[in-house]
Every structure is written in C-alpha cells, then in structure tokens.
Design a protein around this ligand. Sequence first.
Ligand code: ZN
Length: 476
Amino acid sequence: MSRRPVFLALASAGVALAVISVPSLAVAAPGDPGAPRYSAGADGAGDPYFPLAGNGGTDVQHYDLALDYAPPAPAPAPLEGHLEAVATIDLVATQDLDRFNLDLRGLTATAVTVNGKRSAFEQSANELVVTPRPKLKTGAEARVVVSYGGTTTRPTDIEDALYGWVTTRDGAMVVSEPDGSATWYPVNDHPTDKATYTFEITVPEGLVAVANGVLTDTQTTAGTTTWSWNAPDPMAAYLSTASVGDYEIDEYVAANGTPIFDAVDPTRLGAPTADLALTSEMLVFFEGLYGPYPFVSYGAIVDDDSVGYALETQTRSFFSRNAREGTVAHELAHQWMGDHVSPERWADIWLNEGWATYSTWMWNEHRGRATANESFDDFMSTPADDPEWDFVVADPQPLGLFAGPVYDRGAATLHALRVKIGDDAFFELAQAWVARFGGATASTTDFADLAEEVSGEQLDAFFTAWVYTPEKPVDW
Ligand SMILES: [Zn+2]
C-alpha cells in the first residue's frame, strides 16, 4: 500500500475547494426504520477540480441521443448552428431521491418526463434540476426524457481551449475533455459514471455524422440524413462524440480484426493523414503490450477546422487537420489507457497521459527510432533547477491537467518503474491494470497498489519521488 502525503489531499493555489453538498439525513420516524429518507442528489460527483461535474444520487446506465442539427449558413453568416434534441436517459437511483441533477450548459430544456410522467425542472448555468413525481427510491430504475435545444457556438474550457460542441462552418467538432459534454446533452459529466450510448444524428443530406461505436443505419428523407450509431462499451462522458462534417468515409478491417471507420475531410486526404494507415500495425503492437483491444470498433475523425489538439474520443479518435504518426499512436494507446481504464479523479490524469506518451516512446523504438531508454535519458537531461521539475504529477491542479510534466514526467515515471521492477513485472502490471479496471475508473493509489502487488516490491519511495514530490527524482 502506498503512502499518500497528507498535503496532497488539499487543493491549493487559487483553486476553490469543492463544496460537496451532502444529502441531509432526515430523521426516521421511531418504529419506522426502513422508511425512505428522500433528499436531493448532489450537484457534483465530488471531484475537487470540477465541483459541478457529474452529480450524486443517480447512476446512468444508457444515453440515447436524438440530435437534429443545422450547421451555420455560409459566411458571412455567424458561426452558429442550431440543435434540437431529445435525450433519453436510463438511470438507477442510488439514494432515495426527491430531486436530482443533470449537467447541461448553454442549451435550454423545454420538457422533462420521468417514467412517462411530466416532471418539474429548473435550469441554472450548469445544472438541470429534475423533480420526479413519484419520488425515486434507492434502486429504482427511471427513464428520463429531456427535450432541449438552442444555438450552438464554440464553447471553451477553463484554459480557454475550444471544447464541447464546437460549431464549424460545415458541422461540428465534438470533443469534451474534461467536462464539455454538458454543452451538448444533459449528462452526469464525470468519468466515474460510465454508460452505454446510442445516437440518431440528423443532418442535412450530404454531411456525415460520426459518433462512437458502430454505424447501424443511415436513412435519408426530404433532404436530411439520420446517422444511427451504437456504442455498447461503457464510456466516460468526455469521450463521447457526434462530430458532423463534409467527411470522406473509409471502412476496413485492421490486422487484429477490429473494424475501422475513418471520417476525413476531403481537403485533408493525402499527406496530412497518410499516417492513419499505420493504425492496423499499431493495434497489433499495442495488443501485444496491453492485451486485446477493448472495444467494438476504432477509427479516426479528421476535420479541416481545428480545436488545437487531438482527443482519444472512444473508438473514434478526433484529429484537428492532421493525423501525424506520434499522435495517431498516442490516441490509439489511450483506448486502453484512459478510455477503458479512466481516471477516478481528474487529479489522476497522468495515468492517461503518461501511458499514452510512454506508448509513443515504445512505438518509436519498435519503428527503429529512439529507444524508450534514450527517450528517458533525454528527458532526465533537464537540470534539477529547471522549473519543469516543480510540479506534482499526481496533483496537477485544474489548470495543469494538460501541462507538459503530466505527459513527459508521467511517461518517465512509467519507464523508471519498468527499470525498477523489470520487464516481466512491468508488462504484467500493464495488462493487469487493463484487465482489473477496464470498463471502470482507477486512481493513482490503485496503480501504486497494483504495482506493489504484481512486483512484490515496496514502492512508497518510488511513487513519492516520481509523482508526489515537486522536485527532480534522484533516488527511487
Ligand atoms: Zn493524451
């Protein structure tokens, strides 16, 4: 078991600590100990970095999203689209609920039903508060249907990076890490509440709508096409997508047997996306490291507009304009490391980015370029007084989620661990990590515990030096 220094439990430096609303415990009437104690579900999932992300009191099983989308008119019309949608959400109450929340931001709910009955609801900046009648007892299943819609724009996250439903001239780029799904559907927007998804996305005829999973149907009537997708693998909300554009479709089966569906803007065909052809070989390579590819399909979306980054949207990675080899490998490795095994709290993001970065180090070695050892030595050549080292990898703070050390020092941590416990234990650990926590979430503590379990070594000092101390590791 790894020791976690006490100071790490506290968020610091200008980040407001989460105020978690704890459901008030009504006092049971004497002689009636089993009576329901109805209360409101919390307005957040309890993540200190994003207090309003996710919700308490419900566990979503499935989202069915029927999205009717009109992209912007040609320039000089404003870059705004219009979305009219119905979200059908199957959930289970995890406490006796007299109301519960869903996250929804920038779009307006017009009607809500719970198990077919019209429900009262209120909406604030980030929250849709639903009052079900009858109330929901613990364990009760509920089908919540939310009609909603509005004007779509180009939302940004706390770092001012584009995310969520990002309107483009010919559609939308939909990438939502960490909490942007609320910009396009009512959701428990935290990785701890994974669910399955289906999508029916209606767009003007000629455009393509690409979501997660497998394409099950297309229907064209009266100038519109409805694209139906089924994503049966449990998925964290931030990994969902429903991107729309003028895409060329390429479907094939990879060498490991995984069906591939790529959607690439025609202007990006050729050199900008030639490296996507390596996907098949990469699937075989990463299966050798991490075990069987965990999902029903894979593929890429490459848009001619840009959000400034690529994202490992589950089963269908998103790329801005280009899909270069290193990024193609990085996003594919995330399917195991980040998508199948997701962060328990956003503070655990290094387990996503460290693994994905280390995966590209290993891929580069496989391709005859720098070895993983050379990449590690290169990283460690940074002098100890460089500000790069003044960073707590396992507590990067909300504005540091995607900072360099989360990636590079995260990768170096994994390489140092590999050297310390040996190749056999390290790759046994990698596969055990995926097998044990796949389909769910896991934390830095879970990882350290599993590393100790698999290796039989005491690793407190190792993890203290590498992920909990804002200094260059010297001894570990
Ligand atoms: Zn990444």
